[in-house]
Design a protein around this ligand. Structure first.
Ligand code: TYD
Ligand code: MG
Length: 474
C-alpha cells in the first residue's frame, strides 16, 4: 500500500529535502522549498517477478514517419525546424504578458484553417472561454475550426482527448494551472507540474499529436517549476522581448527535431502577432546618420544574419563608483571589453558611467559582437562617429587581439544586401593589419588585428581615418 509522506521540494531544481531549510542544497536558491505530499510507492528493486523480453529493431524501418504538420506561419515553422512533428511535446516559456497565449492561439487557428482534416484543441487553464473568444475575435480568428475548452483537470483533459477522434494539435495553457486530482499538492507545485506534463506527454506520444505546454518564467528567466520539465519535452521555445518594444523573438533553446538557437521574429500589433520577414531592416529603421556612440553589428541568429545597432553612452559619473548598465548584452563581457580598452589601449573609463544598449529589444549572446561594442564605446568616448554605412564584427581577446569569427561571408553578404558599404572585421589568416579589400560586391572591408587598429580608425587626428569628428570637437 502506498504511503503518503511529506517532503520539501525545491521549486527551482526539483531537489527533495527531508527538512525545511532556507536555502536549497541542490541549486543554492533561497526560499524555494515547499512542502509536498509524495506518494512513497517507488519500485523496491527487482527482486521478484519476471520481465517480458523487449523486441530490438534496426535503425531503418519500413514504416515512413508521419510528415510534419506545417502551421502556415513560416516564421514559426522555421523555429520548429520545418513544422510540427506528430507526437512531439513543445514547451513554450516566456514572461507574463509577452504574448504566449496570443501566439499559440494564432498557431492553432492557422493549423486548423490550413489543414482542414486536422483537429486542433486549445485548452486554457488561465482564461475563461469568453476571454479566449474575445481574443480570437480581436485576432479575426473566430471562424477557425478550433476546439476550445477551459479546464484544469488533467484526468478530464485526457478522457476528452483519448477518444475516437484524436486531435493533431493540442495546446495546454498553462502547465502551472493544471492538476492531477489524486495528488495532494496544489497546482503549480513541482509534483503537480511534473505529473501533469508526464501524463499529457505520454498521451501525445501514444496518440501522435503535437502538444504545446505553456510555461511561466521565473524572475531569473528559467521556466518555473523544475528543470526536469525541460528534459521531458522534445522542444523548448522561449518567447522573449522587451515589454516596451513591439518586437517579439521566439527562440528554440532545445530541439530534438531541428536546429537549436533558431529564431523567429514577430511584431506585436493591435491585431496580434505578425511575422517580420526582414528583421535587419526593421531593427535599423530608426537610425540617425552621424551619431557618436553607435555601431552596427552583423550577428548570426540561428540560420540567419541580422544587423543590429549597438549604442553606448559614456558620461562623467556623479558618484565614486561609476555605473555600468547594460540592456541586451552581458555585463561581464562589457566589463571585460572596458578592461581590455583600458589596459591595452590606454583609454580611461574609470570616472565615467557606461551605458550599453542593443536597440530594438534584441538580446545578443555572441562574442562576435565584442568589436562592435568596443567601437560604440570608443566612439562615445572620443565623440567620433563610426561611419553609418559601416558594419562591425569580431571577437576581442584579453591581449586586445581581434579574433576571427564564424560565418564572416554571410555577415558581409547581409550588410551588402542592406546597402552598407564598409565593414570593420577581424583580419584573415596571413593578412596584414588595416588592409582594405573590396569584397567584390561594393563593400570595402577594413581588417583589424588589434584593438589599437580600431582606435586608429576612430581617431579624429588619424590621417588615414575616413571618419571625422562631429560637432567640431576633437
Ligand atoms: P498574452 O498572449 O496574454 O500573454 P501571455 O500569454 O504570454 O501572458 O498577451 C497579452 C499582451 O499582448 C497584452 O499586454 C496585450 C498584448 N496584445 C496586443 O498588443 N495585441 C493583440 O492583438 C493581443 C491579443 C494582445
Ligand atoms: Mg497567457
Amino acid at each position: 500500500m502506498a504511503r503518503a509522506k511529506s517532503l520539501f521540494v525545491c521549486q527551482d531544481c526539483g531537489a527533495t529535502h527531508a527538512k525545511w531549510a532556507g536555502q536549497c542544497e541542490g541549486c543554492g536558491a533561497w526560499n524555494t522549498l515547499n512542502e509536498e505530499q509524495i506518494s512513497d510507492s517507488a519500485p523496491k528493486g527487482l527482486s521478484s517477478g519476471k520481465g517480458s523480453k523487449i523486441n530490438f529493431v534496426g535503425l531503418q524501418g519500413s514504416e515512413a514517419c508521419p510528415p510534419r504538420l506545417p502551421s502556415g506561419i513560416p516564421e514559426f515553422d522555421r523555429v520548429c525546424g520545418g513544422g510540427l512533428v506528430p507526437g512531439s511535446a513543445l514547451l513554450v516559456g516566456g514572461d507574463p504578458g509577452i504574448g504566449k497565449s496570443t501566439l499559440l492561439l494564432q498557431v492553432t487557428a492557422a493549423v486548423a484553417k490550413s489543414q482542414r482534416q486536422a483537429r486542433c484543441v486549445y485548452i486554457s487553464g488561465e482564461e475563461a472561454v469568453d476571454q479566449v473568444r474575445m481574443r480570437a475575435d480581436r485576432l479575426s480568428l473566430s471562424d477557425a475550426p478550433v476546439d476550445l475548452a477551459s479546464t484544469t483537470n488533467v484526468r478530464d483533459i485526457i478522457a476528452s482527448l483519448d477518444g475516437a477522434d484524436p486531435p493533431q494539435v493540442v495546446v495546454a495553457d498553462s502547465i502551472q494551472t493544471l492538476y492531477v486530482d489524486n495528488l495532494d499538492s496544489a497546482p503549480g507545485t513541482v509534483t503537480q507540474v511534473r505529473t501533469s506534463a508526464q501524463e499529457l506527454i505520454r498521451l501525445a506520444k501514444r496518440r501522435g499529436f503535437a502538444l504545446f505546454l505553456v510555461g511561466h518564467v521565473t524572475k531569473e528567466g528559467n521556466i518555473a517549476g523544475p528543470r526536469v520539465l525541460e528534459h521531458m519535452v522534445d522542444t523548448v521555445l522561449y518567447f522573449e522581448g522587451e515589454r516596451g518594444h513591439q518586437f517579439r523573438i521566439l527562440r528554440a533553446v532545445k530541439n530534438r527535431f531541428g536546429p537549436a538557437d533558431e529564431i523567429g521574429v514577430f511584431e506585436m500589433m493591435d491585431s496580434g502577432l505578425s511575422e517580420v520577414a526582414n528583421p535587419s531592416a526593421l531593427f535599423l529603421a530608426d537610425r540617425d546618420g552621424e551619431v557618436s556612440g553607435a555601431s552596427v553589428f552583423a550577428g548570426i541568429e540561428g540560420s540567419r544574419t541580422m544587423l543590429m545597432e549597438i549604442q553606448a553612452l559614456t558620461a562623467p559619473s556623479a558618484f565614486g563608483t561609476p555605473r555600468r548598465a547594460v540592456v541586451g548584452w552581458d555585463t561581464g563581457r562589457l566589463n571585460m571589453i572596458l578592461a581590455v580598452l583600458e589596459a591595452r589601449c590606454g583609454l580611461s573609463f574609470g570616472s565615467n558611467d557606461v551605458y550599453l544598449n542593443v536597440a530594438g529589444g534584441m538580446k545578443i549572446s555572441e562574442p562576435a559582437a565584442d568589436l562592435a561594442v568596443a567601437a560604440a564605446l570608443v566612439s562615445s568616448l572620443t565623440n567620433v562617429p563610426v561611419p553609418p554605412e559601416a558594419i562591425v564584427f569580431g571577437e576581442i581577446g584579453l591581449s586586445g587581439e581581434i579574433r576571427p569569427v564564424s560565418q564572416s561571408g554571410a555577415r558581409l553578404k547581409e550588410a551588402e544586401k542592406l546597402g552598407f558599404s564598409q565593414a570593420i572585421t577581424p583580419k584573415r589568416q596571413g593578412q596584414k593589419n588595416g588592409r582594405e579589400t573590396n569584397t567584390g560586391g561594393g563593400l570595402i572591408q577594413t581588417e583589424t588585428g588589434h584593438l589599437q587598429d580600431l582606435l586608429t580608425l576612430l581617431s579624429p587626428h588619424s590621417a588615414g581615418s575616413p571618419f571625422t569628428a562631429v560637432g567640431g570637437r576633437a
